[in-house]
Design a protein around this ligand. Structure first.
Ligand SMILES: [Zn+2]
Ligand SMILES: [Zn+2]
Length: 323
């Protein structure tokens, strides 16, 4: 199972402005020479020595995740990252290889729907697009996205065959070769997380989620999302110190993710829904604080963790038996 992250920013697409990038490049160039490099031929080595997100940042696009296993693919959410996925399908000529597309919707906040009208298969005859969600109002919401004056092409004019499917929470459903189960998140309006399983591999998608409930008892039926997940994608938009002010806003923290991972035997966790107000440096500071907290409180857990960045691809491996 392969998981590709097309958009990992929260709430609003957000990038440095031009002068912000100029400042970032200036810093990188200084770092290049400070590291003892001095010629063009050293550039590749410099890039290799640094994490991709230290050079390119964590990304600007909002939530869109692709879960694949061989030719089978599911898309989770239609944030602005979906446009990148669509562009890549077109560029590689892959749109012609797929006749059906399967999109799981967590909820309908702007950052999770704004890429949907830019997903090219909507406009191609012979394509079938399946939308899946717990919320029965998905059809109405998607119809309203393809509507003048907010979008020039009306839903009725779309060439693809578009189908809407309502999921029952906590009920495993077979979708395009995967088993998908929806769980309720701590988020307004509401939002659902998805446990996606195939061949004993488990991807758990938990953005947007404030993680107000952390223990098995508090989570009740929703604990099922996290149980022994091989890869957990977790909302850490905020820092614990900000939570007094941001309580009820629907987003979590790294500490809450570490705690959930420890309680439920998670193998690997990736933090995301990065704050749109954060510069590259802010996100790295956020990560440094998470590292300190992990070392102090959670390091006895054998947990692999990192911050997700746009373009990241993770191969989900089944856990070894001695785990
Ligand atoms: Zn969101
Ligand atoms: Zn949301």
């Amino acid at each position: 199972m392969k998981v590709q992250f097309w958009g990992v920013r929260g709430s609003l697409p957000s990038s440095l402005d031009t002068y912000g990038w100029v400042g970032h490049f200036e810093k990188l160039m200084k770092q290049f020479f400070d590291s003892g490099f001095n010629s063009k031929s050293d550039i590749n080595e410099f890039i290799k020595q640094n994490p991709p997100a230290a050079i390119g940042g964590f990304g600007a696009a909002t939530t869109c995740v692709q879960v694949s296993d061989g030719p089978h693919t599911l898309i989770v959410d239609g944030g602005s990252g979906l446009k990148h996925l669509s562009d890549q399908l077109e560029k590689l000529g892959r749109i012609s290889l797929h006749n059906e597309f399967h999109i799981l919707m967590t909820h309908f906040h702007f950052d999770h729907i704004l890429g949907l009208p830019f997903f090219a298969p909507h406009f191609i005859k012979g394509k079938k697009i399946h939308y899946y969600s717990v919320q029965p109002e998905t059809e109405q919401i998607v119809r309203n996205l393809f509507k003048k004056p907010i979008f020039p092409v009306g839903f009725e004019s779309l060439s693809a065959d578009i189908q809407f499917h309502t999921l029952q929470p906590y009920k495993k459903t077979a979708i395009n070769g995967f088993e998908v189960t929806a769980y309720k998140m701590d988020h307004p309006d509401p939002s659902y997380g998805f446990r996606i399983e195939k061949n004993n591999k488990v991807y758990a998608h938990a953005v947007d989620h404030e993680a107000l409930r952390l223990t098995r008892e508090q989570l009740g039926a929703d604990a099922g999302l996290f149980e022994k997940a091989d890869l957990l994608y977790f909302d850490a938009q905020y820092e614990e110190a900000d939570m007094a002010l941001k309580k009820g806003w629907g987003h979590g923290t790294c500490d809450r993710g570490f705690q959930v991972a420890a309680t439920f035997g998670v193998q690997q966790i990736l933090f995301a829904h990065h704050d749109p107000a954060f510069s590259i440096e802010d996100s790295w500071n956020h990560k440094k604080k998470a590292e300190a907290s992990f070392q102090q409180h959670f390091s006895k857990n054998k947990l692999k963790w990192d911050f997700a960045f746009e373009g990241l691809i993770v191969e989900v491996k089944p856990r070894s038996n001695n785990h």
